[in-house]
Ligand binder design. Structure first.
Ligand code: FRU
Length: 514
């Protein structure tokens, strides 16, 4: 099968053909790689050089490298015949492009899936090899596997594919696999229409269906996709978190919901909570899944920074897509007692920030504001903002440029919500649904709200402490935002005490450090 893969490449190169065109050449010859400095090109986030990407796939850590495979169409900046593109990072900040890892074959194109390190050679492909488990999207969707003995660079497809045939349903995809210690088996979460099915296997080749979860719980406004089941600890108790992505969500289009509960090696059972709970209440974080084998035991997650509603129309030119910042998930408790996911940026990104270029401090009366430039020139930046709101009120964080374009992040402590308004953010007319922003719940810890905001050329990510979902938003301003204004928008006498720091960040494509 290895030969088959290189044959594939040869055929593609000769034919400049249907599946890889010139992109493989670009990736293979670094001197031809164009700078990532086009308009709207993310400077703090990974996005492929050209072509189209959607979901992150095969997230796995091995020998110092975080692998990011992804749904990739190298031929056009639109969704099309899916491959697995590939990039690696040693620090979760800088990324290196690698050649396409999986090409379509006679079983179909390559849809989403996961990767594991088979430390005990359960599959017989070798000890410590990376095994990718993915959906073969042919006439029917089936699950297949492939293995890599060269640190994830090239894959050999298993000759016994598919390892799970289609049971007669249309939507049967996105296998996410992990080793379940207690039941000593591989467990797969698989999206099966409007539910998640769990399968078990001793060797990644033979799979038995264990159970099905999802009927009558959570959001079902679109088919369920891209599940991920993993453990986290809350108050010394092991809990299981299930991520599920789907469409038709409250803010419009696609987003990722989650459940927290128990898993006994066969069945997942959700604890009581006011489901649906959303991993991110912004409009542009879909198909979020987590890394396997993370060396520090962290649960790191990354999402596709877009929305199926308009992903095929966004105005970037040579590429469409990109990913959120890598984030860490932990569990915390809502004041009512149920568990909530807490999302913070991966600590690598926080320490990349270095020194603050400006500090703002003021006790703001209604209508009063304070502001500063990022000093980042065209680069990305981060703002850390602490708001003391003892009388509650409304506080706006206005991110803007000198073209009168702006994105407003609103902390509405009166209503207990957090909002992103991108209606004047720049180019918005490429799709009717893009103009609307997002709303999410804000649980205030005492009187204080702590926000960390990352501003890149075409995105804003707002993180809040203590179980409040982040809000991830893409936008297309003429020039990157370089100014932050903090405005007390309260309509009565409510004062807001502000402390904010602005940190310019270097473009990850300019810095040579690894
Ligand atoms: C989610 C998804 C997956 C599928 C992939 C195809 O965005 O629809 O369910 O595997 O994209 O590209």
């Amino acid at each position: 099968m290895k030969n088959c893969l290189s044959m594939n490449k040869v055929v593609c190169l000769l034919a400049a053909g249907i599946f890889c065109g010139g992109v493989l050449d670009m990736v293979a010859q670094p001197e031809l790689i164009p700078k990532r400095d086009e308009q709207y090109r993310p400077q703090l986030h990974f996005s492929p050089l050209r072509g189209w990407n959607n979901d992150p796939n095969g997230l796995v850590w091995l020998d110092g490298e975080y692998h990011l495979y992804y749904q990739y169409n190298p031929n056009e900046n639109k969704w099309g015949p899916m491959h697995w593109g590939h990039a690696v990072s040693r620090d979760l900040i800088h990324w290196e492009d690698l050649p396409i890892a999986l090409y379509p074959d006679k079983l179909g194109t390559i849809f989403s899936g996961s990767a594991v390190v088979d430390w005990n050679n359960t599959a017989g492909f070798g000890e410590g090899v990376i095994v990718a488990i993915y959906t073969s999207a042919g006439e029917k969707q089936t699950q297949s596997i492939a293995y890599s003995t060269d640190k994830g660079r090239t894959f050999t497809k298993y000759e016994g594919n598919p390892v799970i045939p289609n049971p007669g349903i249309n939507d049967f995809r996105d296998p996410k696999v992990f080793w379940h210690e207690d039941s000593e088996q591989w467990v797969m979460s698989l999206a099966t229409g409007s539910t998640i099915s769990f399968y078990g296997s001793p060797n990644l080749k033979q799979w038995e269906k264990l159970s099905e979860f999802g009927e009558g719980i959570g959001s079902h406004s679109g088919v369920w996709e891209c599940p991920d089941l993993f453990p986290l600890v809350l108050d010394k108790e092991k809990k299981w978190v299930l991520l599920v992505s789907n469409g038709g969500t409250p803010n419009g289009g696609t987003a990722t919901q989650y459940f927290v509960g128990k898993f006994d090696g066969r069945e997942f059972c959700a604890d009581p909570a006011p489901y649906p709970l959303w991993l991110d209440s912004g409009r542009d974080n879909y198909a979020s899944v987590t890394w396997s084998d993370e060396p520090n035991g962290r649960r790191l997650v990354i999402g596709w920074m877009s929305n199926w509603d308009y992903a095929n129309q966004v105005p970037s030119q040579v590429w469409r897509g990109g990913f959120t910042l890598p984030r860490e998930l932990t569990l915390t408790r809502h004041p009512d007692g149920h568990a909530l996911l807490n999302t913070v940026p991966a600590k690598e990104i926080l320490s990349y920030a270095g020194r603050a270029s400006a500090t703002l401090k003021k006790n703001l009366a209604p209508n009063e504001s304070i502001g500063a430039f990022s000093e980042a020139k065209t680069g990305p930046w981060m703002a850390k903002v602490k708001l003391k709101m003892p009388e509650k009120g409304i506080c706006d964080l206005v991110l803007s440029n000198n073209q009168s374009e702006q994105c407003v992040l609103r902390v509405n402590a009166d209503k207990g919500i957090l909002e992103t308004d991108r209606s004047r953010s720049g180019k918005i007319n490429f799709h009717g649904g893009f103009v609307s922003g997002s709303k999410g719940l804000l649980y205030m810890d005492e009187d204080e709200v702590n926000l960390t905001v990352f501003v890149d050329s075409a995105s804003v990510e707002m993180f809040v402490e203590n179980g409040v979902s982040p809000q991830t938003t893409i936008l297309y301003p003429k020039l990157p935002y370089d100014y932050l204004k903090i405005l007390n928008f309260s309509d009565s006498d409510k004062r807001i005490n502000v402390k904010a720091e602005i940190y310019p960040l270097e473009s990850i494509w300019k810095c040579k450090c690894k």
